[in-house]
Structures are given as C-alpha cells and as structure tokens.
Design a protein around this ligand. Sequence first.
Ligand SMILES: Nc1ncnc2c1ncn2[C@@H]1O[C@H](COP(=O)(O)OP(=O)(O)OP(=O)(O)O)[C@@H](O)[C@H]1O
Ligand SMILES: [Mg+2]
Length: 452
Amino acid sequence: MKPKILIIDDDASLRRVLEYNLQQAGYDVSAASSGEEGLHLFAEVSPALVITDMKMPGMDGMQVLESIKERSAETLVIIITAFGTVDIAVEAMKGGAYDYITKPFNRDALRLTVDKALQFTRLSAENKRLKSELADRSDFRTIIGSSPQMEKVFATVRKVADSEASVFITGESGTGKELVARSIHSQSGRRNGPFVAINCAAIPRDLLESELFGHVKGAFTGATRDKDGKFQRAEGGTLFLDEIGDMPLELQPKLLRALQERVVEPLGGTKPQKLDVRVVTATNLDMDKALAAGEFREDLYYRLSVIPIHLPPLRERHDDIPLLLRYFCTKHGCEQVTFDSSAMTALTAYPWPGNVRELENMVERLLIMRNGDTITLDDLPDKIGARRTLSATAAINLPDEGYSLEQLEREVVYEALERNGWNQTAAARFLRIPRHTLIYRIEKYGIITPTK
Ligand SMILES: Nc1ncnc2c1ncn2[C@@H]1O[C@H](COP(=O)(O)OP(=O)(O)OP(=O)(O)O)[C@@H](O)[C@H]1O
Ligand SMILES: [Mg+2]
C-alpha cells in the first residue's frame, strides 16, 4: 500500500506542484485548499503525513497542526513557511511539527524531507510492534506446579501443543488459564507467529463482531477504513478467545464457520478470507449450564473443546503452594526471603478463593511490608494468619463489614485441630461432630497438618 499524504495549501499552483511531485515519488496524495477542508479530508483518508502551509486565510497552519495532533498524535506534520520566517517554523516545531520546508523549495529537498518523515513513521510503527511482541513474550512466564494435577496439565499441554486441535481451558479465575494458553502457543510450531488474545466479556456486543472478524470501510457509521480483526491479526499464529462463555449467541454461527471452514468474512465485506489460525479458548463459567440454558451452541462447543484442559483451583493442590511462594519471592527480587513454619502452615491451609493470582498479589504485598527476611504468622494478613482465640463471644463479635460463614467455619475447625494437637478424633469430639464430618471439612478447606 502506498503511504498517504495530505497537502493543505491555499495557493493552487503550489498545491499542484506538491501534488504532482509527490505522486511521481509514488505516494497516495490528497489535497485541500483550506485548513477546514484539510481536517475533513484528514478524517476521511487518515494520512501518515500532512504537509500544510503556514499562512492561510481562516484556519492557519498552526491551528491545523494543533487539531491534527489532538486527533492523532502519531501523524507527522510538515509545515511550509515563507523564506525568512524561520522563527515561525521553530514555533511550529515546538508545537509538535516534525519538520518544515521553506518556500521556494526545490524538488529534491521536498522529497528528502518527505521520505525522511515517512521512514520515521515506519520505524516507529515497527518499534511499537516489536515492543508489544516483547511484552507479550516476557509475559509468558514458566508455569509452576508439581502437584499430580498440574503434572497432568503439563503432559497434556506438551502432547497437544504442536497439533492444530482446538483447546478449551476451564478453571476458576486466577488459576492460570491464560498462562496455559500462551504456553501452548510457545510450544507449538506457531511460536514465531503472533499470539493474539481477545476477552469476549470485555468488549461490548456491538463491537465484538468487528473486533473478531474485522470490517470494511463503510460497514457502519464510523467505519472510515478497512480494519483487520483479531482473526486476521492472528494469521499464522494462535488466537486466544478468553471468556468464551460470554460470546453472544448471534455471533456463534459465524465463529463456528470460521473454525469449520477456516474462512472469515469481515463485517460488510463480500469476500471470505482464508485464514490459518489455531484457536485456544478459556472460560471460568460452567459450560454445562450455558449449554443447558441454550446460551451456547452445542456444535460450537464441541468444535472448540476437542482437547479440554481443566485447571484445578489452588485449594485442591496444596502441594503447589510452597513452590509458588518460592517462585514469586524470586520473581519479585527477594530470593532470600523465607517463611517460618507457622506462616507456611497458615498459607497452605488458606483456601485461596482468588487462586494463584491472589497468592501472587499477597506475596508482593508481603515483600513490601515485611519486617525482615523471615515471614512469620504476624506478617500475614488477618484473613490468613490471624491467631484468633475464638471463644463463644469472640465468634459472635463479628466485624461491621460482615464476615464469611465459610471462613469462620474454617477458623473454628483449624482452632479445634490445633488445640487438640491435630488429633482428628479429639478435634471432632471437641466440635461435637462425627469424625467423617470433620474430615470432610478439613478437605473442603484444605487444612493440612503442620509438620513438626
Ligand atoms: N501455575 C502458575 N505458575 C506461575 N504463575 C501463575 C500460575 N498460575 C497463574 N499464575 C499467575 O497468576 C496470574 C493469573 O493467571 P492467569 O491470568 O493465567 O489466570 P486466568 O485463569 O486466566 O484468570 P481469569 O479467569 O481471571 O482471567 C498471572 O499473573 C499468572 O502469571
Ligand atoms: Mg484470564
């Protein structure tokens, strides 16, 4: 595609000279005879470069520069000033102009200035792309886990990464679904292609179709040019459809078609585009419910879930907790920090409703707030570490903001076990419940016996 340039000059002959020269140089040129007209055209063609005269009746070059920078900071503006008015040019440069040309100018000087400007645009676009790619990559950190459940996940990831099969990742919020999706991509043959993620729940319904499949110019009001969707951007790589459970029913047939026939049709377009994209999906919703309620098409679901991967909540894999604590300390630059056994016990017993994300956030906070390199029970937030001596009255003494009954129950069970030297029979008697009820609670809350 030819780079687009917009010329704004009230002097018709100069405008024609500029237009002719730049067209000869291989650019796609539009021209306007006033600042006002120029801004209109600007919205229509979105040029990479604007060349504007300084002195014009009505809106002058300075005002044009200002409005353009307001609308699109990346667009470069070159100012044309009369010979001997360098101070004006300097003003314009301070206002964000990229360069200036003084009248009269020769053809070579014009070309040189314009080429340099457009090369700058190209380089900064390229730079931006590389940076975001790098951010994407460094975002992919190792997945930590040594529990049997996570070993199983790793084995599946290794096996399926290189296939083209659609992977459907389920798990509560914060269990690492996106991490797994990235890991599948980076272990696949597509690792050098793009990894593109889209959160279906975060995008308004009306925009989702165009976000996914792109649109052509004029497809709807405001569609001033063709735009690629996430599918096109993921060409040769992996598309991660996050929160797929929120995909509106009316869009599902189009997605199904994209998966089955490997073609997408941009909004308002007539030509389907062939695409080579691997799709990985995730959700923290209960898909069985969505299917039963008719909110999700079964045919699409089966297409998406050729390989299901379930990430168990952290409370079901305590073995991973010490390892994750270690990992996050190191990751946040505090390798020397350790946890004493009381702290470790409380951390392993806590049910982590926000899963690994909650654990990482807590570690970050602890590392900032800690008093030394050994974290003790006292360093932990109350909800995790509180060494409450619960008496019947303390139990009724609830905080004003409310308190979770489950949490209270967990604390009671923990306390009972601790008081009874972790003897389950004695603790059950203490709580006046059968032993199997106690064991059920211990498992439910992931309470583990501290090692002495
Ligand atoms: N096993 C793990 N090892 C290391 N870091 C992890 C692990 N699991 C999750 N994390 C980290 O926890 C955070 C949450 O993970 P991620 O975004 O993948 O969760 P998610 O399941 O996609 O959550 P949500 O449903 O809320 O989007 C991230 O910072 C991620 O790096
Ligand atoms: Mg996620």
